[in-house]
Design a protein around this ligand. Sequence first.
Ligand SMILES: Cc1cc2nc3c(=O)[nH]c(=O)nc-3n(C[C@H](O)[C@H](O)[C@H](O)COP(=O)(O)OP(=O)(O)OC[C@H]3O[C@@H](n4cnc5c(N)ncnc54)[C@H](O)[C@@H]3O)c2cc1C
Length: 468
Amino acid sequence: MSATTSSLAELATRVSGRVVTAADADWDAVRSGYNLAADLEPAAIVLAVDTDDVVAAVAHARDHGLHVAGQATGHNAAAHAGVSDTLVVDVRELRSIAIDVDTGRARVGAGVRWRDVVPQLSDLGLAALHGSSPDVGIAGYSLGGGMGWLARKHGLQANSVVAFDVVTADARLHRVDAHHQPDLFWALRGGNGNFGVVTAIEFTVYPVKELYAGGLFFPLERAEEVLTTWTSIAPDLPEELMTWTTVYQFPDVPEVPEPLRGGAFTVFHAAFLGSEEEGAALVAPVRELGAALDTFAMVAPVALADMAMDPPDPLPYRSTTALLDDLPADGIGRVLEVVGEGAGSPLPLVQIRHLGGALSRTEPGAGARATMPGQFCLFALGVVPDYESAVEVASYLQRLDVAVEPWRIGQYPNFVEHPADASTFFDAATWERLRSAKAQHDPAGLFRGNHRIEPATGDRVARAAEAV
Ligand SMILES: Cc1cc2nc3c(=O)[nH]c(=O)nc-3n(C[C@H](O)[C@H](O)[C@H](O)COP(=O)(O)OP(=O)(O)OC[C@H]3O[C@@H](n4cnc5c(N)ncnc54)[C@H](O)[C@@H]3O)c2cc1C
């Protein structure tokens, strides 16, 4: 028995949950997350069932020369570089939910996914700042930013977080908020899993009884008209309105309802915090193009959870993303040369989201991911069940990258699903401050977010401190 194996066996006696290693029969099942193409082989996975387990796991890793990676659902596991020296602390079982209607706050365990809380909130006339998929974990989403349907009005979810319960490098549980360790609170809201293992999150939810939302479905060959009309009205749309346009190629499988099954569509989606009359007037230029299917209606907020039709089940995929400062006619043409009619694209989803509004403003007290620069955000994915499809998908994703290159101004880290240089996700001052916070709260680099922040050294710490 190796030193690591015997120490993990000892850890197993001190936690109420399980310590799962490669020797366990269910190792592959436990270590796989949403993206089946992510092949993480950590030293072990602690399936924590309470905060004491998280504390024990962090103390164990610290005392035995291992790193720690917090994980909830594995939706962005593919961004991790090597983790063979890392203990994954999996919080999927931390599933408490408490909603306080009077204060407009929800408090959830770090294993809670949006689908667990959005329906309850909706029944209470409340909406949260979730994104396109209800299966995403609230923790990872919030720690990286969190851009959803209400983001142009209410900003990123990270900046609606009011408190974290987090186990830090001292292997103790802290409540961190604007008044308790405010610098750590700032760093957690965008700094990802680099500062500790979060066990619970408290965040603001918003009063929304109903809103005007839905999609206009056009056949793929009308993509250019739809994208041109949409991008021409986008600059004048109010921040109460969020719009996304997506090129979908739906698989020919029974789970996809007719008339979408096996079809290729360009879909304009919108969510408007206002009346049907106002909303209909705002989306009229796109509607007047004559959609094949129109699903707009006044709906309860829960309808937003599945509106984007993200694949609900785990699948192997690769993706690409870009923040764009514009998408002129030339850009639309270049994108459609790769994914438009006749291009032979294998990509089932190529989505462009409108940014701006609250996403472009730094509100007082915001965290490290305060804003989302640019006018549009591109995200595209391809399914890669085998080598041949992986090669083909990689080629189309790369061509898409080249197509948008003239307008690319950065990347949104939650959408970056491969190992990357995290310094490129932040402006220089924010990056220095994050590294300084890392040096202060985790100088030994115990915690490894999937996008890593290394501690600042001497002079960098001083420079960052001066900048604050
Ligand atoms: C289908 C799909 C749709 C998506 N839609 C959107 C969207 O609309 N808007 C958007 O902004 N993003 C979206 N995302 C991206 C998503 O926000 C990120 O993948 C996010 O990191 C997922 O968090 P998770 O907890 O589910 O995943 P995990 O893979 O479990 O976590 C991701 C990372 O978050 C950190 N982390 C997670 N839990 C903890 C914890 N308890 N303590 C410390 N660190 C932790 C770790 O660094 C971890 O590696 C989508 C992703 C997918 C796959």
